[in-house]
Design a protein around this ligand. Sequence first.
Ligand SMILES: N[C@@H](CCC(=O)N[C@@H](CS)C(=O)NCC(=O)O)C(=O)O
Length: 322
Amino acid sequence: MLVNGTWTKDWTPVQAKDDKGRFVRQISEFRHWITKDGEPGPTGDGGFKAEKGRYHLYVAYICPWASRTLMVRALKQLEEYITVTVVNPVMTDQGWQFDGFPGSHADELNGHQYIHQLYTQVAPEFTGRATVPVLWDKKTATIVNNESADIIRMLNTAFDHLTGSVLDLYPEPQQQEIDQLNASIYEQLNNGVYKAGFASSQFAYEEAYQGVFNMLDILEHQLSDGRSYLLGEQITESDIRTFVTLIRFDAAYYGLFKCNRNLIMQMPFLSKYVQRILEVDGIRDTVSIDHIKQGYYSIKALNPNGIVPVGPALHIQNIDAL
Ligand SMILES: N[C@@H](CCC(=O)N[C@@H](CS)C(=O)NCC(=O)O)C(=O)O
């Protein structure tokens, strides 16, 4: 991580833990919003008007938080509006690195070797972890936002007048329901798998494991009435947040993070749901199972020899082509 703008060696995945050995995630620092007219959003400063070609996303295919921004970019037809750089999936002792792996890119925009250099370019005294996603403003050469929850919400509306997109992932009448569902999905599932994987006590691991499968059971049940998406026939933010964890589950979390009561492919409604979302236009391109496996299994603290398991055989259609 960066301390007063200087990279401290020996990257470790655990950011902080509480007195019971629970994994604690860092709060994101850059919180400006792109808006239709450049007016300030709910947090941060104004000046970030929606414009074609002005903004850029730095992402990792391994990262569920970054992937949700890619999903919304695809669903909201923003591919022509926001450019993307994908980092190398294998974490180095200087964190995320550019280039050198099939499917990853050089940093053509800023010419850096590591993501942490973006942070110090903008904030020379930055202290904290250099995370992806990073939403970058090419015009003012700064970080707009590094919190994926904000990024997916701003992308849902800010460019609609330019793109003509009518898809609303956070429709007004369902906002309360979506917020409630998102909160439990985040706590028990999205971050729950990390809490299981990075637990530093048996207690913290088991608590997280229970949460993960409790949430999966709830979602499996919710889908069992035949609905297409969690809240009905319309895809929403909650589906995006759920999908990014489900698509990584069998390939990485089941093994590496010890979330091993069962695979997602053993849960019939959830497997069909994953397949359904994967088939939505543009989504398949946001997933790389190769990056996911290589990336997670390169976390030395959990897998010192870096051996990547061959299985499990994934029963998701066409997943091998990803
Ligand atoms: N709150 C952030 C979390 C992002 C995050 O934790 N990203 C991880 C990858 S999955 C990261 O970049 N970690 C690098 C590090 O911790 O040094 C978001 O949702 O945007």
